[in-house]
Ligand binder design. Structure first.
Ligand code: FAD
Length: 341
């Protein structure tokens, strides 16, 4: 029997657990047990308040070629779900997007534009529409079509898929990773504890990137509008509400809603889309993104145990989760710990 523990039930933990379980079951190697151990589950993970828009964002110095591969894998995964009968349950939507920049030296989405559908640069005439009434002008922009997969729906869908295949779930906070790896009965431990890794591994390369958003009822908004500037706002439609954002404050661990941030969000989004003046405000939410100097996805041997790290996904955990889970599985297979199966 091969026993695998996945620590963390955010988008990265659940995706990694499913990838491993489904791989061995599809290979008819049924002597594998996969368990997710986590302090929190949906709807209390970092992704649960996010809009889940596909798009690489806030990833420190993570290599672009890796981000391209991981995010491309997720796009293909979302396309499959969207084209299946699970789309509604999983909260996967195909949405038009407009990304705008006020930085004359920046090219919007230059390294991933081949992944999304129909990416085109905005013309000067189109930019003028968004620049109307603005003091700081947008200098470039791109329109394209991609997916949202709001984790508040995606996570329950993935958890169900995991349990249906016989995956185990345990509510547990790991306080000492070294002892857990050494003393538990698991052969493989996959660490997907997000910002929890800062404490669990004493990882001083990790920091929070605080994000505050507001959710409003605006059923007439079908397009995501994003201002790429450092102090820019964004508007992202989900199935039942629209997310207005947002902040990205590094090394800020305050999870309380800030009235100042709320004003910045509401005013900024209204200046992008004046119609938002007449919307019903639903609630505000704060999450701490697991920021890191670069995403950590690697394996290490601890005696006869294998420890795989998959954390530090910054502002792109949803965008990268399926691709990163693929690499987790590849690291596991390369380590040949399944020799006893
Ligand atoms: C406002 C906001 C908007 C965002 N928008 C988007 C977006 O549109 N698109 C996108 O791709 N990304 C977005 N993100 C980023 C995304 O939400 C995160 O990158 C992602 O949720 C990280 O997932 P994770 O599974 O790595 O970590 P988490 O979701 O943080 O999960 C970590 C898990 O580990 C568990 N854990 C931690 N420590 C321990 C421990 N010691 N023992 C046991 N369990 C432990 C936790 O309980 C939790 O279950 C947004 C984030 C925020 C805050």
């Amino acid at each position: 029997m091969l026993r695998v523990a996945v620590i963390g039930a955010g988008v990265n933990g659940v995706s990694s657990a499913i990838k491993i379980l489904e791989h061995y079951q599809d290979e008819k190697k049924l002597n594998v047990q996969v368990t997710i151990l986590s302090e929190q589950f949906t709807p209390n993970t970092t992704g649960d308040g996010s809009a889940g828009l596909w798009g690489p964002f806030l990833l420190g110095g993570t290599e672009e070629s890796k981000v391209h591969k991981w995010s491309s894998d997720m796009h293909i995964f979302l396309e499959k779900i969207w084209r299946s009968e699970d789309a509604g349950e999983a909260g996967v939507c195909l949405v038009p997007c407009v990304r705008l920049s006020t930085d004359p030296n920046a090219v919007v989405g230059d390294f991933w534009r081949d992944i999304v559908y129909g990416a085109v640069d905005l013309t000067a005439q189109q930019l003028a529409v968004y620049n109307k009434g603005r003091d700081v002008k947008f200098t470039s922009g791109m329109s394209f079509v991609t997916y949202t997969s709001e984790p508040i729906k995606l996570l329950p869908y993935l958890m169900k898929r995991f349990v249906r295949r016989g995956g185990q779930i345990v509510q547990q906070k790991i306080t000492d990773l070294d002892s857990f790896v050494k003393d538990s009965s698991y052969d493989v431990i996959v660490n997907c504890s997000g910002l929890g890794s800062k404490q669990l591994l004493n990882d001083d390369q990790m920091y929070s990137v605080r994000g505050q958003v507001s959710r409003v009822k605006a059923n007439w908004v079908f397009t995501a509008l994003l201002d790429e500037s450092d102090d820019g706002n964004y508007i992202i439609p989900n199935t039942e509400s629209v997310v207005l954002g947002g902040t990205h404050q590094e090394s800020d661990y305050d999870t309380k809603v800030s009235a100042t941030d709320k004003r910045f969000i509401i005013d900024g989004c209204r200046s992008l889309l004046p119609g938002l003046k007449h919307t019903e405000h639903l609630f505000d939410w704060v999450g701490l993104r697991p920021g890191r100097t670069q995403l950590r996805l690697e394996a290490e041997r601890r005696g006869n145990k294998l420890l795989i790290h998959n954390y530090g996904h910054g502002g792109s955990g949803v965008t990268l989760c399926w691709g990163c889970a693929d690499d987790v599985l590849n690291l596991l297979l390369a380590a040949k710990v399944n020799a006893k199966l």
